[in-house]
Design a protein around this ligand. Structure first.
Ligand code: AMP
Length: 114
């Protein structure tokens, strides 16, 4: 989608620190990390938030979820625990209107979140 930051990252119009890429999914490092591990997992196709998940088919959703799990596994996050976050809208704290999952790890997180 024109003017979408993460579409531009997916299309490589804007540079990012890519950790993994398939034809449908990209994983890159968050530019302002809030934890020692802070990755963003996005579908390359424009979806504004998880509320538009119907725009993805079953295999696309499965591929995205399995990418999150394999990233966390490869980084050894499971043993100590970690967090997966997707923010939705203003109250959720979403600042980029393209579906993304934060993978946050290697430090302790509090609950409830701020
Ligand atoms: P959210 O607030 O949940 O929408 O998350 C958006 C995330 O994108 C924030 O954690 C930002 O630090 C991150 N971000 C913004 N611009 C970039 C960029 N150019 N490359 C990587 N991460 C970015």
């Amino acid at each position: 989608m024109k003017d979408c930051l993460f579409c531009k990252i997916a299309n490589k119009e804007i540079e990012s620190d890519i950790v993994f890429e398939s034809d449908k999914v990209m994983v890159f490092k968050d530019v302002s990390p809030v934890a020692p591990v802070h990755l963003l997992v996005i579908p390359k196709k424009h979806i504004s938030s998880i509320m538009e998940i119907d725009k993805m088919d079953g295999p696309e959703i499965e591929g995205m979820m399995k990418t999150i799990v394999s990233m966390a596994s490869d980084l050894g996050l499971e043993k100590d625990g970690f967090r997966i976050v997707t923010n939705i809208g203003d109250n959720g704290g979403q600042s980029v209107g393209h579906l993304h999952f934060h993978i946050l790890g290697k430090r302790k997180f509090v609950w409830p979140p701020g």
